[in-house]
Design a protein around this ligand. Structure first.
Ligand SMILES: Cc1cc2nc3c(=O)[nH]c(=O)nc-3n(C[C@H](O)[C@H](O)[C@H](O)COP(=O)(O)OP(=O)(O)OC[C@H]3O[C@@H](n4cnc5c(N)ncnc54)[C@H](O)[C@@H]3O)c2cc1C
Length: 376
């Protein structure tokens, strides 16, 4: 696959126009993951965007991956989020030195199998170190027991990169990371949540019941696992921010199109200064969010610590996206409420974005700790 970055962005736009925009509303009403359509996108390399070409990836920079995320999320945040999440598993396998893990890459980037990442549990979200899924040593490995919750792609994934506690007395230092295969004994899919939107994310629960893992399934041992998760989350925060740019831009485009067409008091509604200024605020927030998002991307591409840039972008996304989309709905009058427009879907996903990969409050905690220590 030798495509230029410009070709990939163009193809993302085409995919949005031909696949995501025409189908996203149906995916939402069917309340299931559109696995066949997901495989169409994967077959074109969209689950291998920043994977090295020698491993079958497209090899684009992280910043360009952010552009793809924004482009696709303009059509459907939920589909894009699911797609990027399965792609992340291929990238994670590529980091492993184990040939057994790397052998999963071709199937993951062709869409033959799908992936997910599992940190959260019913009793532990923001406080990741408090997870309770337990690894107990047994002959030749460990037995895993516990429940994971709110996991993207639970409905369809085959491989789950899963974080478990090996020694509760050690807190975060006891957490290890394993590759779990949903097709093996001891794995049971649980509830798939019915949410106010974002159904294509397929968030739900799975249970591990005496699921056996050996040394071969160990992706990262304690300490390394927690630190690795914290590093990866910076990228995740940046692409969630990019997806928020997408839903905000799409909402603004619809509001502008309506404002030019619709008249009140003898002129297009966009010509009323009060309304126009509300959309100027939205446009300004999109520009600001993009700048923060691409700044985080630049840090990631240069290998610098992206902790604070990613937290700023994600925090701003969590604060700006919901009011921006509601302003766009308001600008369209009652018509903005109709399902023929994507704004309601976008609004639900903007709310989802305020939790995924760390809530807005956790971004405050992160940034606040940096302010206090003078560490930014
Ligand atoms: C659609 C969707 C998909 C997801 N996908 C995944 C996935 O693929 N993998 C995965 O592991 N997880 C996933 N998550 C889970 C997500 O990471 C968690 O929702 C997030 O970490 C917050 O945890 P929580 O929802 O349990 O909130 P809680 O931790 O219960 O927090 C409740 C509220 O308290 C606030 N809060 C908590 N602690 C503090 C504090 N110290 N100071 C101030 N406020 C605080 C939180 O911000 C939140 O507003 C997903 C979530 C959603 C909604």
């Amino acid at each position: 696959m030798h495509k230029s970055q410009a070709d990939i962005i163009d193809r993302a736009k085409q995919l949005r126009e031909e696949l995501l925009e025409p189908n996203a509303s149906r995916w939402e009403s069917e309340q299931r993951q559109p696995v066949e359509d997901l495989r169409v996108a994967i077959s074109e390399g969209f689950a291998a965007l920043d994977l090295a070409p020698e491993l079958g990836g497209l090899g684009i920079s992280f910043t360009e991956k952010l552009r793809v995320c924004e482009e696709l999320a303009r059509g459907c945040f939920a589909f894009t989020f699911s797609l990027i999440n399965t792609g992340n598993i291929a990238a994670k396998m590529a980091e492993s030195h184990s040939p057994l893990h790397r052998n999963h890459i071709p199937a993951l980037i062709s869409g033959e199998i799908l992936g997910a990442t599992a940190l959260t549990e019913p009793g532990a979200g923001s406080d990741f170190a408090a997870i309770k899924t337990l690894a107990t040593e047994t002959r030749g490995g460990w037995l895993l027991n516990g429940t994971k919750a709110w996991i993207t792609n639970t409905e369809i994934a085959d491989l789950f990169v899963t974080y478990v506690q090996t020694d509760p007395a050690k807190g975060w230092k006891g957490i290890a990371c394993f590759v779990i295969d949903a097709r093996k004994e001891g794995f049971r899919r649980g509830e798939i949540y019915k949410l106010m939107g974002g159904s294509a994310i397929g968030a739900g629960e799975f249970h591990l019941e005496n699921y056996f893992v050996s040394e071969d399934d160990l992706l990262a041992p304690p300490i390394e696992a927690f630190k690795g998760a914290m590093e990866l989350i910076n990228g995740a925060r940046a692409y969630v921010a990019a997806m928020c740019c997408g839903v905000m831009q799409s909402s603004l485009d619809h509001a502008l199109a309506y404002g030019v067409e619709r008249e009140s008091f003898g002129r297009p509604v966009i010509d009323h200064q009060g309304l126009r200024w509300s959309l100027v605020d939205v446009a300004t927030d999109i520009e600001a969010l993009r700048a923060l998002t691409f700044q985080a991307g630049a840090y990631i591409d240069s290998g610098e610590d992206a902790c604070f840039p990613a937290a700023y972008a994600k925090k701003f996304a969590g604060r700006a996206a919901v009011p921006a989309i509601t302003a766009c709905i308001q600008a369209m009058g009652a018509n903005g409420l109709k399902r023929q427009f994507p704004l309601g879907r976008h609004l639900a996903c903007a709310k989802i974005a305020a939790y995924t990969d760390g809530s807005t409050e956790m971004m405050n905690e992160r940034i606040g700790a940096g302010l206090v220590s003078g560490f930014q």
